[in-house]
Design a binder for this molecule. Sequence first.
Ligand SMILES: [Zn+2]
Length: 322
Amino acid sequence: MRMNLEYGFNNESLPKFKEYKIKEINNIKYVVPKILKENMSNYSLIDFDDYKEDDKPLIDFINLGKLSLEEKENTDSLVIEYVNKYGLLGLIHDFPVNRYYTLEKEVLLKEFNYINNKDYFTTIELIEYFKIFFPTTTEEEIKKLIEKINKFIYEHSMEKFISPEINNLIYKNEKYCERVNMIIKYAQFMYNTLKELKKDNGEYIDTREINKLESNHIRVNLEYDGLTIHIRSLKEYIDEDFKLYAIQEKKYLKLCKHCGKAFIASNPKAIYDTFSCKNQENVYNSRARLSSNVTKTKNGLTVKVTPSEELSNELLKNPEKN
Ligand SMILES: [Zn+2]
């Protein structure tokens, strides 16, 4: 069966700013657009068509999760590096259960959201919800923005015209930003989910974690030769692309046996992401064979140290010292 990811119904790109930076607002770290020059276009586009072959937005995101677990001190720069390449995730669309949440006074949040960190439904007032993503915008401005969004919803007779216009209003807005900890949490979740999926038979698999990768309000259309999944944000792209790989056994989303990074394998037997990883692993293996004192561990090679003869004799003579 063929499955297709299509962005925004009638185009395949998403607005993003050229550059982003980290900014602390109300003691919370945010990724905010960098305004390079006034009166100049500060945004560009991410075109999902460019990544049809290599799925880089997905792979880099999983590896962002991995690296942020290992290099906690570099988290900010890792996040900026990712967002500069692909833009913000579009999380504002992701937490509400209702696709057109702006039409309501209160937003129903899905179980697994990063706002209250509880695993059950909650509601939040619409204005308060917008403040999470527009922390420097006044309440009046937020109300105007919501009015504009709703006008688009009422104006159009076909849903496919609504998403691109709402996305322009939100993602081209200089004041739209996302919290660093939400981005990181989600990246780590994706990395951990892939790790769970890649466990061998017999190992304990935490299916509860895997189940958290759910989609709300994603439209799926039947086509003459398969299904088309319509996505509206980078977050939805990552989720759906991930799921497509996860369910297709022949597809090859894997973790490198040497460095542990995610990659797309070109054949089902491939276990390393790069030639250099394969090479290094071979070197380790052949070195390990050279001496019985050398054992291979996850972090490389461990050499077993045996005490010298003098020291051994010393220890044998004075056993009480041990
Ligand atoms: Zn590797």
